[in-house]
Design a protein around this ligand. Structure first.
Ligand SMILES: CC(C)(COP(=O)(O)OP(=O)(O)OC[C@H]1O[C@@H](n2cnc3c(N)ncnc32)[C@H](O)[C@@H]1OP(=O)(O)O)[C@@H](O)C(=O)NCCC(=O)NCCS
Length: 174
């Protein structure tokens, strides 16, 4: 029987979620410095204007030494003009010593139920091409690579690029 439970994250979990987020960043060592802190997680996950939701896997034997949380899945809501309501998975992470025991699957099942209850018609996320274990995990779910199937490319503007693009877009318009 599983020695963890899956539940919604609580505000007091933010410190440990942040710690796991750092571990995930180390795992993906090309991410650069972590820009989030516990205050930001508390505000954006549990404040007046929520930007994300999170499920966690918690060890049942909490009093023993070692961290109580063994994994998390952080997600948020979005809207697709082709599918309607959808969930975006930002991170899934299971601590090293707990991997390949079904914890990731249990987290995924938990949030899939949440997505279905909310009427979502799609769950979407991105993954690094070198992360073969995660890709195996997603393929087992039956997930489709949209870059291959539909030729998608993933773009973003970081904070500096937002400022410079806005300056460029609004130059000479006043
Ligand atoms: C990806 C991750 C969340 C999977 O969690 P997990 O608890 O280890 O996964 P599960 O035990 O539920 O595995 C489910 C299926 O995924 C596949 N899988 C998971 N880990 C695997 C591995 N190391 N090698 C091969 N297949 C693997 C298998 O098909 C497995 O099914 P099986 O047990 O019947 O073979 C976990 O490995 C992890 O946290 N990795 C580091 C962080 C990461 O890569 N996150 C994703 C970033 S996009």
């Amino acid at each position: 029987m599983a020695d963890y439970i899956i539940r919604d994250a609580r505000v007091e979990d933010c410190g440990e979620i942040l710690q796991m987020l750092k571990e995930l960043q180390e795992f993906c060592n090309n991410w650069g410095p972590l820009k989030l802190d516990e205050h930001t997680l508390r505000r954006d996950g549990f404040g007046e204007h929520k930007f994300f939701d999170c499920a966690v896997a918690e060890e049942k034997k909490k009093e023993e030494s070692g961290p109580a949380l063994v994994g998390y899945l952080l997600y948020y809501w979005a809207y697709s003009t082709s599918a309607g309501r959808m969930m975006v998975v930002e991170d899934i992470y299971v601590r090293q010593s707990n991997r390949t025991k079904g914890t990731g699957s249990a987290l995924w099942a938990y949030v899939t139920k949440v997505a279905m209850e909310k009427g979502c018609k799609r769950i979407q996320w991105i993954v690094h091409d070198w992360n073969t274990n995660a890709i195996k995990f997603y393929k087992k779910l039956g997930a489709v690579d949209m870059c291959i199937r539909n030729g998608w490319l993933v773009y973003n503007l970081d904070a500096d690029a937002m400022i410079s693009s806005l300056a460029m877009l609004t130059a000479n318009k006043q």
